[in-house]
Design a protein around this ligand. Structure first.
Ligand code: NAD
Ligand code: 0WE
Length: 263
């Protein structure tokens, strides 16, 4: 039981395919008490039965694009938990028109602003709102992607927003280390979730991933969940400001072995 006596807030659970769902399952299995936030009423319907499965009755609306929504959600959380031990930030968004086509042609000031606001600033905002309620040995966790450090077609301004999120992880770690709060990120390989479902050629990307990754496959939300549980547990007490790759090794291989399978 990695997370016995830990209270952890989970954001970004839209449905059972969400990475946040794999994280919640692992954390519940490891003994954590969980609370959840949801973006809007429409997503509450999906969340209710899943939260029940994970033993939680704490469901709070939080739209991270609005300061007053964040403020209200933490007032609501305070009524249930006086203090807690960390949160998982599993939120990312850019307007759909930003994620298709040539980067320099499609990127707009508004698209850039929204992507950075929702996908990076919100991590700082949630850390700021949590700070007064965080116990000693708390852990914050976010989800990033390889597009932060390497280019690829269509990921476009989300890559810039993830680069910002990774720097955010390091600056929050430096900022909150004195309170013994750790801050880390998992860089996950591509997974077919709601956020990925609108993406052009996503299936081709998954098969590309499998053929280049050392493990010869993609990763699951359960595998991301297990690493998330570890990073938020006291077994990871010496790890902060770190980006941990859960991608079947994809980022470590410049050239796929399969092309030279005769050698
Ligand atoms: P998902 O669609 O299941 O989750 C995205 C979540 O973001 C949703 O729950 C949505 O409600 C939430 N969200 C968006 N705008 C919001 C707002 N204004 N306020 C509150 N919540 C908001 O998809 P996912 O793939 O599980 O994404 C979770 C995280 O993992 C994202 O940060 C994503 O960038 C990252 N990630 C995904 C992959 C992948 O291939 N699926 C890979 C690496 C990293
Ligand atoms: O971070 C992500 C998902 C990001 C995302 C996806 C959408 C689709 C729907 C952010 N905003 C939106 N907005 C929408 O309107 N991933 C890592 C998954 C992903 O998304 C891609 C990818 C991969 C991988 C987009 C283009 C290319 C590759």
């Amino acid at each position: 039981m990695l997370l016995k006596n830990k209270k952890i807030l989970i954001t970004g659970l839209a449905n059972k395919y969400s990475i946040a769902s794999g994280i919640a399952a692992a954390m519940h299995r490891e003994g954590a008490e969980l609370a959840f936030t949801y973006q809007n009423e429409r997503l509450l319907k999906n969340l209710e039965p899943l939260a029940k499965e994970y033993g939680s009755e704490i469901l709070i609306e939080c739209d991270v694009s609005k300061d007053d929504s964040i403020e209200k959600s933490f007032e609501e959380l305070r009524k249930r938990w006086n203090t807690f031990d960390g949160f998982v930030h599993s939120i990312g968004f850019a307007p759909a028109d930003q994620l298709t086509g040539n980067f320099v042609d499609v990127t707009t000031r508004e698209g850039f602003k929204v992507a950075h606001d929702i996908s990076s600033y919100s991590f700082t905002a949630l850390a700021k709102a949590s700070k007064p309620m965080l116990n000693d040995s708390s852990a914050l966790l976010t989800l990033t992607y390889l597009g932060a450090i390497q280019t690829m077609p269509n990921y476009n301004v989300m890559g810039l927003a993830k680069a910002s999120l990774e720097a955010n992880t390091r600056f929050l770690a430096a900022s909150m280390g004195a309170d013994n709060v750790r801050v880390n990120a998992i860089s996950a390989g591509p997974i077919k979730t709601l956020a990925a479902s609108g993406v052009k050629n996503f299936r081709k990307m998954l098969s590309q991933h499998s053929s280049r990754a050392p493990l010869g496959r993609t990763v699951t939300i359960e595998e991301v969940g297990n690493v998330a549980a570890f990073l938020c547990s006291d077994y990871a007490s010496g790890i902060t400001g770190e980006i941990t790759y859960v991608d079947a090794g994809f980022n470590t291989a410049a050239m796929p072995l399969v092309e030279f399978s005769d050698s």
